[in-house]
Design a protein around this ligand. Structure first.
Ligand code: FES
Ligand code: FE2
Length: 346
């Protein structure tokens, strides 16, 4: 069974700082080999990581004068994908390098993050029809912390884990957070946003020790947007924390989950190793769970989604379906998520 990935959307590719000048990085995204590169001038770009000549990964080559030079026969490609030079030509062959192209992918670098647009028909070269997610941060805010882990599961199980409120007390059982004993009834208001939904701004559970540490009057707002972006916006007095979680499908059964944190409190700097440890622990707990889950999914069991704790997961499937249909029919996307209150115990 092969997975159908959502197209015409932007996926998180890399932290900007993981791509230095003159560097070429290979990455699989949605099963496609992608080259992420940065010119001497500092411009980032994305190409299909296959030389159109003989299929050699272009990342085996190097950046030279603003182009990518293939390692095999030295063909050179501009960041636009157009071939700029073929060293073997004497000029009389009637071969026009500029007519040769390697597929290029639209790329946006913003707030220290690199996003790549995965079109329905990447060969067409058509302009993107959607935007990268808007984050509730300033134009020049940079990530304070990025933690990525590879989950051995298909994209849907990674995404459903992000929005699943009922696993917290079981999977994230650590003394300083909460335990199964702290379970209590909750009611949360939800509203649609352009390509997803948001758990409207609320006071977090008083049992969250971590929130207490932030002090002040704490409110959080958690949103989800297609294809696989979760944004948690915490406000505490004058301070703000924004946690971005993205799931990028690597192959059918591997998904990279990346957590990126922005915060305004400079006093956190010396505690960064602790924050990293916490982020790594949390993500690792989710990763361990989907690894165990994979053992069961091998048998292709029927799965259940129940009211109300699994309603966000139901919405995710409806959003996906509507996105695919609206793209196929070339019409506007109509958000199927209602404004409502969900109740569960966690
Ligand atoms: S394979 Fe790339 S130049 Fe020949
Ligand atoms: Fe989790």
């Amino acid at each position: 069974m092969s997975v159908e990935f959502l197209r015409n959307l932007w996926y998180f590719a890399l932290p900007a700082r993981a791509l230095r000048k003159k560097q070429l990085v290979h990455k699989l995204m949605l099963g496609e080999p992608i080259l992420l590169g940065r010119t001497e001038a500092g411009d980032a770009f994305a190409l299909r990581d296959l030389c159109p000549h003989r299929g050699v990964p272009l990342t085996a080559g190097r950046i030279l004068d603003g182009t990518v030079e293939c390692a095999y026969h030295g063909w050179r490609f501009k960041p636009s994908g157009q071939c700029a030079f073929i060293p073997s030509l004497v000029g009389e062959e009637g071969v026009e390098p500029s007519k040769i192209r390697v597929r290029s992918y639209p790329l946006i670098e913003r707030n220290g993050l690199i996003w790549v647009y995965m079109a329905q028909d990447p060969a067409s070269g058509a302009a993107p029809t959607s935007e990268i997610p808007t984050l509730p941060i300033g134009a020049d805010a940079k990530p304070r912390l990025i933690e990525a882990q590879m989950f051995p599961c298909e994209i849907d199980h990674a995404v459903m884990g992000l929005m699943d409120p009922a696993h917290g007390p079981f999977v994230h059982k650590v003394w300083w957070w909460r335990s199964a004993k702290s379970i209590h009834a909750k009611a949360k208001k939800y509203a649609p946003i352009p390509r997803g939904f948001t758990m409207v701004s609320h006071k977090p559970s008083s049992n969250s020790f971590l929130y207490k540490l932030l002090g002040g009057d704490v409110t959080t707002e958690i949103s989800f947007e297609l294809p696989s972006v979760r944004v948690e916006h915490i406000r505490a007095g004058i301070h703000e924390v924004v946690g971005l979680t993205t799931c990028t499908p690597i192959t059918d059964d591997e998904t990279e989950v990346t957590q990126t944190f922005f915060w305004t409190m400079n006093w956190v700097a010396p505690f960064k190793p602790i924050v990293r440890h916490i982020a790594r622990t949390f993500l690792g707990q989710d990763r361990t769970m989907v690894t165990i889950q994979a053992q069961g999914l091998k048998f292709d069991p029927r799965l259940m989604l129940i009211q109300d704790a699994d309603v966000p997961a139901m919405w995710y499937h409806r959003l996906k379906k509507e996105w695919t249909t609206s793209q196929r029919e070339a019409r506007d996307f109509v958000n199927p998520v209602p404004e409502t209150t969900l109740r569960w115990r966690s």
